[in-house]
Design a protein around this ligand. Structure first.
Ligand code: SAH
Ligand code: SF4
Length: 360
């Protein structure tokens, strides 16, 4: 990493695929620490030293899809399905606003029925009435028309992970039908961009069958598509999913976390001014996994605000952390953890990657 700063800070580093594979394979502790330090310093120069918080509302675990890795998949009949009522969603959004989070994320299983689409639209308008709060949606693949309606109702960011930018790997972790199409996912990312959203995507790291070359290509994909945000984290097993069968192919949890941190650091160097999330999945493998990601270049964190009754039913992977905590406890634990690492919080800030018009 000696040639630091021999690149334009705004453009970021242009690593080749081979260089990325080499860096992802680093085993020397000093070299890894130097990579993380360089990424952290890059973030401080380009995005500043603050971390932005997005209060997470897990609105529903009802999903029409059957992704082979996810505990919420339609065919998992052991899940008690729920949908938060409007009052609860507005209460949680109010908590985020009062807590100074600046932003909320509404995430849930994928549904395309008219009732759901209209409900989200009216909830967005309801949340906007509470104050100048940024809203991110993460509700899967929708039609161009739905994305447009939700944008007009007040959502301004959307998270839709590509899961893997390699279409063959994508095919191996999804059922073979037109509900799970790689091309459709790419088209959705295009549609989100066209409709004016700040677009976030991401991948799972340490999937069975995944290679370092796949991960290098994922990083190059983020750069080529020019996304505004990336949320990526370790793949974690769920015992009620088909992919669980391949758990013997997985790296250890420690290795998956380390690889995730390297992905964060490399992406920060490649795309210095975007938002990169320190994801909850990192916290599953290490209680300080998210703080470590922040020290390796991440700058966004999503405290969960779902009440404990429903948290346990929103388990996309096993061992979800903080399952018995409520929004208040989650908040105090996060503040304590961040303070112990000397990390500053951007209270009441949207924390967008590039300037937006801050529309109400
Ligand atoms: N239904 C929406 C949002 C909820 S799932 C969607 O699919 O976009 C959000 C993310 O959880 C997915 O994009 C996926 O990357 C991640 N996820 C699902 N199962 C996982 C697992 N077993 N391990 C790690 N991440 C997982
Ligand atoms: Fe549904 Fe999202 Fe899970 Fe796929 S990853 S099964 S779309 S909740």
């Amino acid at each position: 990493m000696k040639e630091a700063l021999q690149y334009s800070e705004t453009e970021g580093r242009n690593f080749s695929r081979e260089e990325l594979v080499t860096l992802l394979s680093l085993t020397d502790a000093d070299e890894i620490a130097a990579l993380f330090k360089e990424a952290f310093d890059c973030k401080i120069r380009t995005r500043g030293d603050k971390v932005y918080l997005r209060g997470l509302i897990e609105i529903s675990n009802i999903c029409r899809k059957n992704c082979l890795y996810c505990g919420l998949r339609h065919s998992n009949i052991s899940v008690r399905r729920y949908e938060l009522d409007d009052e609860t969603v507005l209460k949680e959004a109010g908590f985020a606003y009062d807590a100074g989070y600046g932003s909320v994320v509404i995430q849930g299983g994928e549904r395309r029925d008219g009732e759901f689409i209209s409900r989200i639209e009216s909830l967005l308008r309801g949340i906007k009435k509470k104050g100048n709060i940024g809203i991110t949606l993460s509700l899967g693949e929708q039609t161009d028309e739905t994305y447009r309606r939700w944008f007009e109702a007040g959502a301004h960011r959307y998270l839709l992970r590509i899961e893997s930018s390699d279409r063959n790997l994508y095919a191996r972790i999804h059922p073979d039908n037109n509900l799970h199409s790689f091309d459709e996912r790419l088209a959705c990312l295009e549609s989100l961009k066209k409709n004016g959203y700040k677009v976030g995507t991401g991948v799972m790291i340490g999937l069975p069958f995944q290679t370092f070359e796949n991960l290098a290509d994922d990083l190059l994909f983020f750069k080529e598509t020019g996304v505004d945000m990336v949320g990526m984290g370790p793949y974690l097993e769920h015992d009620m999913t088909p992919l669980y069968e391949y758990r013997n192919l997985l790296m250890s949890g420690h290795e998956r976390l380390l690889l995730s941190l390297k992905m964060v650091a490399l992406l920060r160097l490649m795309m210095p001014d975007i938002n990169i999330a320190a994801t909850t999945a990192m916290q599953v493998l290490d209680p300080y996994g998210r703080e470590k990601a922040i020290m390796a270049g991440a700058n966004v964190l999503m405290p969960n605000m779902t009440d404990p009754d429903n948290r346990e039913n929103y388990q996309i992977y096993n061992n979800k952390p903080g399952i018995n905590d409520d929004a208040e406890i989650t908040k105090s634990k996060i503040i304590e953890n961040l303070e112990s690492f000397g990390i500053r919080i951007g209270w009441n800030e949207w924390g967008d990657a590039r300037p937006v018009d801050n529309r109400q």
